[in-house]
Design a protein around this ligand. Structure first.
Ligand code: SF4
Length: 198
């Protein structure tokens, strides 16, 4: 299995539970979820990206001191991830995937699932029981109600995050007030965007 890689880089995880953690990012091309606030629209197309094997991807990661690898997109679960997760885990890497849950779970589970379901394409039910963290982007006030519905289906998760749409300055203010009155939730910022790092 070869994977279409849009970009890959070693940086700090900017959001969610592992924010601040050094991590090697592999961004796969292709997404049909269609979020209106998407900040990686350049990754939506599925065709035309160079293809790389798990061994080649592993060789990039090995050139850094990273121990944490993030498989992101696009929507990485559009592809069978088992060979890539297996290869990375065999080498001792902690594998995190970031997914909307719109496609089936891999049979080989990563070490951490950042589950970020989207209203634009409903996730498959199997993801709810496997998510380690739930992350909901808040774009409009009505998203809070939808976030609570997602949380109620995701009881095994270890952390619940609300993350503001970067392009809506009001969303951050809404979340701060909401988290103060609904303390099950935590605020997730996209720190990489504020810090201007990849
Ligand atoms: S699921 Fe992610 S990559 Fe796909 S449109 Fe939504 S934010 Fe963008």
């Amino acid at each position: 299995m070869n994977y279409p890689v849009v970009e890959h880089f070693y940086t700090l995880q900017g959001e969610g539970f592992w924010a601040g953690t050094p991590a090697y990012f592999i961004r796969l091309g292709g997404c049909d979820v269609g979020c209106v606030w998407c900040d990686t629209r350049y990754s939506w197309k599925k065709e035309g990206w160079p293809l790389f094997s798990p061994e080649e991807i592993l060789s990039w990661v090995r050139q850094t001191p990273a121990s944490h690898v993030v498989l992101t997109g696009g929507e990485p679960t559009m592809y069978p991830l088992d060979p890539l997760i297996t290869k990375l885990q065999e080498e001792g890497y902690f594998v995190q995937i970031e997914t909307s849950g719109a496609y089936p779970l891999p049979s080989v589970l990563p070490n951490w699932i950042t589950f970020s379901p989207k209203r634009f394409k409903e996730p498959l039910p199997a993801w709810y029981a496997q998510a380690h963290e739930l992350k909901i982007v808040i774009h409009a006030k009505s998203d809070f109600r939808w976030a609570e519905l997602q949380r109620s289906r995701c009881e095994a998760a270890q952390a619940y995050f609300l993350q503001p749409d970067f392009y809506n300055p009001s969303a951050l203010e809404w979340i701060i007030e909401y988290v103060k009155t609904h303390p099950t939730w935590r605020l997730s910022m996209q720190w990489h965007r504020y810090l201007a790092i990849p």
